[in-house]
Design a protein around this ligand. Structure first.
Ligand SMILES: C[S@@+](CC[C@H](N)C(=O)[O-])C[C@H]1O[C@@H](n2cnc3c(N)ncnc32)[C@H](O)[C@@H]1O
Length: 465
């Protein structure tokens, strides 16, 4: 296989790529399927201040997470959607078969959840690449749990999805260089990944670096040095998509957010959290996973869907302590509650502005979660987007004047796009609660750069009285 290492220079102190057994591959390729930002959790549980950060420590001996491993904390497994916090294994036999399949086979079959997840990846990457790779000469994506790069039924794996999104991007000729670093624990899957990349065409701008087999926790520091190319501020997007909780404790996620332009897209196992959260001994694994015991606030929720959303909100609350913006999206099948959530953590508001359209595109009703069904019927709810949270937020601005940029930023933090902001402003204006005061004349009601004054309902009533 031809070596091609045009990436960032080797980091001083790191052994050479060849010595590491790392392979850089020829590429130039071509690919093709739920939201909330920063929700809050109930205050009645343990607060952040009382959290114990235990640095991702896991119990010795047979751990609760080992146990979960056995029953399948796996993204492709079928689980029951039970309402309680029981440890019921759902369709136990089916799960065990799936676990066996994943343990024994190099490549396994995809499922609808995977397709939705990859669709989210693709949409987000489209935007991320356009913004980052046209601004910076070089950036890196680390696929930390890469898998074999293909599924038995044909769809590409995540690393190939990244490469194809790059190579098929309409603007890719204007892009700076993208380093794509892939890590996978199993040698047979690494071999398959090499085979899959070898099928892709070359591109001078895409530098693929498949690492020798290794575990993410052990390799993270080395990968981080490699990804940043000797500059802390190199933009790095980490894709963290493990099979189980213990491979990605919060301490490890926070290490991936050390650089000022580091971003993480993380698979949060909300179904398993919901099912095992109150099992004896599991609290230690939960606390390592969340980086504190604030996850306990979610257990107050009784319904499966509400509890899973609360876990997603609790996780984001932990991330916010790292001073990052967050977004989340539930991946579900049909009308069931989410199997897992994709969580975005980013230092940049631009990252959030890429995230919101992805979630609204996949779930145009609420922007909170998508299934394979909704992905097929993207325009089903186009006329009825849920903008309540934005409406509530804008109403609190009564008595103030606000610049468009401030409002747009606030909307992005609530996972809304500018089109939602305009929709809510139209509605408030119709009630006399928002008025554009500058510029006086404009081609549209709410142009960028405008200033808006907000009123309370009482002001309007008094005036008409
Ligand atoms: C959920 S699959 C990844 C699927 C892939 N990201 C995709 O979307 O196509 C998880 C992969 O991570 C690998 N893995 C498990 N534990 C790991 C670890 N600690 N470090 C790196 N890879 C690991 C597994 O062998 C498996 O191939």
């Amino acid at each position: 296989m031809r070596r091609r290492d045009r990436g960032c220079p080797l980091i001083p102190g790191l052994p050479g790529a060849a010595a590491r057994g790392e392979q850089s591959l020829p590429t130039t390729v071509s690919t093709s399927l739920s939201r909330s930002t920063g929700g809050t959790v109930s205050q009645s549980g343990p607060g952040l201040s009382s959290r114990r950060r235990d640095g991702g420590r896991i119990q010795g001996g047979t751990t609760a997470t080992d146990e979960v491993d056995r029953v399948g904390v796996i993204d492709n497994t079928s689980h029951s959607d039970d309402a309680g916090c029981s440890a019921s294994a759902g369709s136990g036999e089916g799960i065990m078969r799936r676990v066996e399949e994943l343990r024994e086979q190099t490549v396994w079959k995809s499922d609808p959840h995977t397709q939705v997840k990859h669709l989210v990846y693709r949409h987000y990457l489209q935007c991320w690449m356009a913004k980052i790779l046209q601004k910076f000469p070089e950036a890196t994506i680390v696929d930390g749990f890469a898998g074999p790069g293909v599924y038995t039924d044909g769809p590409p794996g995540s690393s190939i999805v990244v490469a194809k999104t790059f190579l098929e991007h309409a603007a890719h000729r204007r892009f700076g260089r993208l380093n794509l670093i892939c890590l996978e624990e199993r040698p047979d899957r690494v071999e398959e990944l090499h085979r899959q990349f070898a099928k892709l065409p070359n591109s001078p701008q895409l530098n693929v670096r498949i690492q020798p087999p290794g575990t993410f926790a052990e390799q993270q520091s080395r990968l981080s040095a490699l990804a940043h190319c000797g500059r802390a501020d190199t933009p790095v997007l980490w894709l963290i998509d493990p099979f189980n909780l213990k491979s990605a404790p919060f301490s490890l996620i926070s290490k991936c957010l050390t650089g000022p332009r580091d971003e993480v897209l993380f698979t949060l196992f909300t179904n398993e959290l919901h099912r095992f959260c109150q099992r004896e001994g599991f609290d230690i694994a939960m606390t390592a996973y969340f980086g504190g015991d604030h996850w306990q606030t979610a257990t107050i929720e009784r319904r499966a869907g509400a509890r899973k959303e609360a876990f997603s909100a609790a996780y984001q609350l932990g991330l916010k302590e790292l001073k990052v913006f967050t977004g989340s999206f539930g991946i579900k099948i049909s009308n069931q509650s989410a199997r897992y959530h994709l969580i975005l953590a980013t230092h940049s508001e631009a990252g959030l502005k890429c995230w919101a359209p992805v979630t609204w595109k996949l779930d145009s009703y609420s922007g909170q979660g998508a299934s394979a069904d909704t992905a097929d019927a993207l325009s089903l709810f186009d006329e009825a987007s849920v903008v309540d949270r934005l409406d509530v937020a804008l109403r609190t601005l009564a008595g103030t004047e606000q610049r468009w940029e401030v409002l747009s930023s606030q909307a992005a933090r609530l996972n809304h796009m500018d089109k939602h902001l305009r929709q809510v402003l139209d509605n408030l204006a119709a009630q006399g609660l928002a008025i554009r005061i500058n510029p006086v004349k404009a081609r549209s009601a709410w142009p960028e750069g405008c200033t808006i004054r907000f009123y309370a309902p009482e002001d309007v009533v008094e005036e008409s009285a």
